[in-house]
Design a binder for this molecule. Structure first.
Ligand code: CO8
Length: 252
C-alpha cells in the first residue's frame, strides 16, 4: 500500500498490481489502518483511494478464500476492516481505472464519491465463482441502481462500463482514461477548501439518507444544521458573505 500525504489531501494506493489488487486480508487490514490514521490527521481533509496497474481492485483474494470453510469465514471476522472503513468521517473518494469487481466494486461503493476513467469496469461477478457479494454489494448496488437493475448485475455477474454506471447514478463523474486520479485529487482539493466541520456533518447526513429512513434522516439533518451554529466557521462564513470577502476557515 502506498500512502501519499499532501495536506490537505492524501492518496492511498492499493499496490498488488500482479493480482489486480486483489483484496487480501492483510491488504484490507492495512487499508483500514492507514485510512483511520488519515481520518485522525487534522491536516488531511479528504482522502482518495485508488488502484495501480490494470485495476482499482478485482475483488477479494480468491486464492486466499478458496479453501476456507463456512465456520472459518464466519469466525475470521473478515469484515472488521470494512466496518472500520465505513466509519471514516472525512470524505473518501474512489479514483477508479480498470476493474472494480466484487469486493473492488464494493470498496468503490463504500467511498463517498466515485471518479472513473473511461476504461473502468464495474461488476459483482461473485455468482460466477459460486458465491455472492458479501461486503455490501447486494445492498448498496440495489440502493444505487434500484432492484431491477441491481438484480441483473448480481445474478449474471455482468460488468458495466464507467459511462453505463454514470448513467445509472453510481459514478460521480467519468473522465478520459488516465485522468481519474487527477480529477479525484481536484475534487478532494475543492472539498478541502470548505469548512471541515460542516463537511463532516453534511457527509454524515447524506450517509443517513442513503442508509436509513426519512424519519431518521430529517431529524439528524436538523440536529447537524443546528450544531453548525456552534462553530466559528458558521460565524465567519456568514459574516464574510455579508462583508463581500472570502471566508477564512478555522476548522472549529
Ligand atoms: N483474487 C486473486 N487473484 C486474482 C483476482 C482475485 N479476485 N483477480 C485477478 N487475480 C489474479 C489472477 O489470478 C492472475 O494471476 P496470475 O497472473 O498469477 O495467473 C492475475 O490476477 C491477472 O488476472 P487475469 O490473468 O485473470 O487477467 P485477465 O485480464 O485475463 O482477467 C479479470 C481480468 C476479468 C478481472 C479476471 O482476473 C477475473 O475475473 N478476476 C476475478 C474477478 C472476481 O471474481 N472477483 C470477485 C471475487 S469474490 C469477492 O470479491 C467477494 C467479496 C466479499 C467481501 C470480502 C470479504 C472477505
Amino acid at each position: 500500500m502506498l500512502v501519499h500525504r499532501a495536506p490537505p489531501v492524501a492518496t492511498v494506493t492499493l499496490n498488488r498490481p500482479d493480482v489486480l489488487n486483489a483484496l487480501s486480508r492483510p491488504l484490507m487490514d492495512e487499508l483500514a489502518q492507514r485510512v483511520a490514521e488519515l481520518d485522525a490527521d487534522d491536516d488531511v481533509l479528504a482522502i482518495v483511494v485508488t488502484g495501480s496497474g490494470r485495476a482499482f481492485a478485482a475483488g477479494a483474494d480468491i486464492a486466499e478464500m478458496a479453501g476456507a470453510g463456512a465456520a472459518e469465514m464466519l469466525e475470521g471476522d473478515r469484515f472488521a476492516a470494512w466496518q472500520r472503513l465505513r466509519g471514516t468521517k472525512k470524505p473518501l473518494i474512489a479514483a477508479v481505472s480498470g476493474y472494480a469487481l466484487g469486493g473492488g466494486c464494493e470498496l468503490a461503493m463504500l467511498c463517498d464519491m466515485i471518479i472513473a476513467g473511461e476504461d473502468a469496469r464495474f461488476g459483482q461477478p461473485e455468482v460466477r465463482i459460486g458465491v455472492m457479494p458479501g461486503a455490501g454489494g447486494t445492498q448498496l448496488l440495489t440502493r444505487a441502481l434500484g432492484k431491477w437493475q441491481a438484480m441483473e448485475l448480481v445474478l449474471t455477474g455482468r460488468m458495466l462500463s464507467a459511462r453505463e454506471m454514470y448513467e445509472r447514478g453510481l459514478v460521480t463523474r467519468v473522465v478520459p482514461q488516465g485522468l481519474h486520479l487527477h480529477e479525484a485529487l481536484r475534487l478532494a482539493a475543492e472539498i478541502a477548501k470548505q469548512p471541515p466541520v460542516a463537511v463532516r456533518l453534511a457527509k454524515e447526513a447524506v450517509q443517513k439518507a442513503f442508509l436509513g429512513t426519512l424519519e431518521e434522516g430529517l431529524p439528524l439533518e436538523r440536529k447537524n444544521f443546528y450544531l453548525l451554529f456552534a462553530t466559528e466557521d458558521q460565524t465567519e462564513g456568514m459574516r464574510a458573505f455579508l462583508e463581500k470577502r472570502a471566508p477564512v476557515w478555522r476548522g472549529k
